[in-house]
Structure formats: structure tokens, C-alpha cells
Design a protein around this ligand. Structure first.
Ligand SMILES: NC(=O)c1ccc[n+]([C@@H]2O[C@H](COP(=O)([O-])OP(=O)(O)OC[C@H]3O[C@@H](n4cnc5c(N)ncnc54)[C@H](O)[C@@H]3O)[C@@H](O)[C@H]2O)c1
Ligand SMILES: [Zn+2]
Ligand SMILES: [Zn+2]
Length: 361
């Protein structure tokens, strides 16, 4: 029997979100209905609301979520009702050219539920990143559910569903940070702060946090940054070089998504070092660099999609480390809010007041 629940819907370009009654179909083959317990507010939700992703309104927002599997459809073997899961937007297909080459964290053909959730009048909803979890319940592909230890609080576990995983993974997966490395992180919002934490977890010896906002630098320090630079009143490239014996950092993570900060990352890196771009630029942005410098400085220029994570490998491991007290994920939950507070959370995000507001359901 299809169910009716509450959901946060973006009705049209730039319009404020509304709580609507939405219809959740029973799970079909390969699908699962999840009773959502917590869902973080991410910039991407705001981008959807503003029409910055595509025009397929109305959207059902929310995608950084954890909850309990309520029911599964035919043929589902990976999860069962009662499992505590983190939702992911990388349900790997196992058959695309990336998967077949043994690189499922790049999967080029990830899947979502085939059936549609709808408004009461039957209008089909587009769930954000194929998830749509600012809702009491949501319908996803079973592969989007990753089982983790239920001892973790849902508002913390759900963070791995997007921004925090992106930041942690930019350091530990894409950047391949190793023991003793020097790492610089440009932009220490939710994503960059997670990169700082990831660099610490990987054993970096020097972790330089860079931001324009002293509050973000203070959080980064509490998460393991050994040095901070306020980009408002310092030359970022010069300052990183000074802190690294004149050479630059082994790995520089760009978590802003702008050409000028990318250029800083490019030059703040040691010879043969790595730049990781995890910040997402907008279509009109352009980058100009002397090709001779691209050659002459060597190393690797990489982009990180969702932290190059493999949910089945990374989510349970990171939750275990969290439960052992070795990964401070609590620091990312600035506040828990109700389902009616998403607009207010967008406003706080805009002013840089929060790392994450998390809706609890
Ligand atoms: N690659 C992925 O898979 C992925 C996933 C999630 C988010 N993201 C992207 O990561 C980026 C960061 O997301 P977030 O949630 O941390 O955003 P955020 O707004 O919380 O953080 C951005 C931070 O950058 C700082 N900043 C802005 N301009 C700066 C400058 N010139 N120099 C130094 N610092 C500067 C801001 O003060 C802020 O603290 C966004 O572009 C987001 O879209 C990427
Ligand atoms: Zn694939
Ligand atoms: Zn997100």
C-alpha cells in the first residue's frame, strides 16, 4: 500500500520550500523504502531550489541521510527491514566500464529507484541526487542503502551521505594523503573541515587550514589543523610555502570551487605534489595557467567526486572509527532542526553560521 508522508518540496525556481504531503509507492524490484531519521542540509539542496542543477521541478529535497529500512522489493539481498543505513548517491552498477575495470568508486552508471514519488495530485517529484530525504520516508534503490553500526546517532551517520564524505575522501581517497605529508586545505566549510579531519586520520604531519572566516579556522584547529591562514589578510601561496620550508604542501585540497582558489592550490603545492579539486565551480568559471607551469611543477591535478568513496567500503569503516572515538564527526552537527526549518537553515548556511544543520525526523 502506497503511503502518504510529509516531505520538503521545492516547487519552482527560487521559490521557498514547502512541506507537502507526498506519496511513497511500495518498493518494486531492487527498491527499498527507508524510514528517514535524520537528513543534513547541504548547499546542493539550495542549488536545486534555485534551479542551478536542472529544471525538473518540483524537487523533493534532502540527500545526506540515515534511517531504518522499512520494506524492500523483490530480489533485494543487500539490506532487509530493520537495518540502519546511510543513504548514498553512488549505488554502483557493477557493469559499466569503470566497475568492470575494478574502479567502482567512479561508477558511471549509478542507479536510483525506478518508481516515482509524487505529490498528492499525482505530480511526479524529482528527488535530490536520487534520494529526497527531507521526508518521513523515501523510496530509493536498495544499492543506495549502506548498512552501518546502529550505535551511531542518525544525525551523525547521515553526514557521510554527502559533504563530509566528500571532504574526508578528498584527503584519504583522491589525495591519497600519507603519514608525514604536509596538507593544505583551502576553504574550511563542512567539506574542507572534513578534509582536515581526513588528513589527520591519514597521518599528515602538517595540516594548514585556510579560510576567510575565523570561526571556520577555529573549527579546523579543533579537528586537527596544525596551522591556519586567514586568506583575507595573507598571501596564501607565500604563507603555505613559509610553513613548509619554502616548498609548498604535498597535497593541497581546494574546497571552495573558484578559479582564484584553484590557482592558489596549484602554486601552494610542492613540486610533484597533488592538487585535489573538491569544490564545485559554476559553468561560467574559467582557469588560465601557464602550460609550462603545469608541466614544470609535475605531480597530479585531480578532481574528487563524492570523495571517490565506495559506500560499502567507506561508510561502515568510518562509522566504526567514529564509534571508537577516532573520528570527530559530532563537530559537524552545528544544530538539529525540525522539518519546517529548512529555509532558515539555508539562510544560516548562506551566512556561514553553520557547518551542518541536520533535520531530525
Ligand atoms: N566534489 C563533491 O563531491 C562535493 C560534494 C559536496 C559538496 N561539494 C562542494 O564543496 C564546496 C564546499 O562545500 P561546503 O559545504 O563546505 O561549503 P561552505 O560554504 O560551508 O564552505 C566554503 C568555505 O570556503 C570559504 N571561502 C570562500 N571563499 C574563500 C577564499 N577565497 N579563500 C578561502 N576560503 C574561502 C568560506 O568562508 C567557507 O568557509 C562547494 O563548492 C560544494 O558544492 C563537492
Ligand atoms: Zn558502474
Ligand atoms: Zn550534498
Amino acid at each position: 500500500m502506497a503511503q502518504q508522508v510529509r516531505g520538503v518540496v521545492a516547487p519552482g525556481k527560487g521559490e521557498p520550500v514547502r512541506i507537502e504531503t507526498i506519496t511513497i509507492p511500495d518498493p518494486g524490484p531492487g527498491e527499498a523504502v527507508v524510514d528517514v531519521q535524520a537528513c543534513g542540509v547541504c548547499h546542493t539542496d539550495l542549488h536545486y531550489r534555485e534551479g542551478g542543477i536542472n529544471n525538473e521541478f518540483p524537487f523533493l529535497l534532502g540527500h545526506e541521510a540515515a534511517g531504518v529500512v522499512e520494506s524492500v522489493g523483490a530480489g533485494v539481498t543487500e539490506v532487509e527491514p530493520g537495518d540502519f543505513v546511510v543513504l548514498n548517491w553512488r549505488a554502483v552498477c557493477g557493469q559499466c566500464r569503470a566497475c568492470l575495470r575494478g574502479r567502482p568508486w567512479y561508477c558511471f552508471d549509478t542507479h536510483n529507484a525506478k518508481q516515482k514519488m509524487t505529490l498528492a495530485d499525482g505530480t511526479e517529484l524529482s528527488p535530490a541526487l536520487g534520494i529526497g530525504a527531507f521526508a518521513d520516508k523515501t523510496l530509493v534503490a536498495a544499492g543506495q542503502c549502506t548498512k552501518v553500526d546502529p550505535a551511531a546517532k542518525p544525525e551523525v551517520a547521515g553526514l557521510l551521505g554527502c559533504g563530509v564524505m566528500a571532504g574526508l575522501g578528498a584527503a584519504i581517497n583522491t589525495g591519497n594523503v600519507g603519514r608525514g605529508d604536509s596538507v593544505a586545505v583551502i576553504g574550511c566549510g563542512g567539506v574542507g573541515a572534513a578534509s582536515v579531519l581526513g588528513a589527520r586520520l591519514a597521518g599528515a604531519a602538517k595540516i594548514i587550514a585556510i579560510d576567510l572566516d575565523e570561526r571556520k579556522l577555529a573549527t579546523a584547529t579543533s579537528l586537527g589543523a596544525t596551522h591556519t591562514i586567514n586568506a583575507k589578510d595573507a598571501d596564501v601561496v607565500e604563507s603555505v610555502r613559509e610553513l613548509t620550508g619554502g616548498f609548498g604542501a604535498d597535497v593541497v585540497i581546494e574546497a571552495v570551487g573558484r578559479p582564484e582558489t584553484y590557482e592558489q592550490a596549484f602554486y601552494a603545492r610542492d613540486l610533484a605534489g597533488t592538487v585535489v579539486l573538491v569544490g564545485v565551480p559554476t559553468p561560467e568559471m574559467k582557469l588560465e595557467l601557464p602550460l609550462l607551469d603545469v608541466f614544470g611543477r609535475g605531480g597530479a591535478l585531480k578532481s574528487s567526486w563524492y570523495g571517490d568513496c565506495l559506500p560499502s567500503r567507506d561508510f561502515p569503516m568510518l562509522i566504526d572509527l567514529y564509534l571508537q572515538g577516532r573520528l570527530d564527526l559530532d563537530a559537524f552537527v552545528t544544530e538539529t532542526i525540525g522539518i519546517g526549518d529548512v529555509e532558515a537553515a539555508f539562510e544560516k548556511m548562506h551566512h556561514g553560521d553553520v557547518l551542518r544543520s541536520v533535520v531530525t525526523l
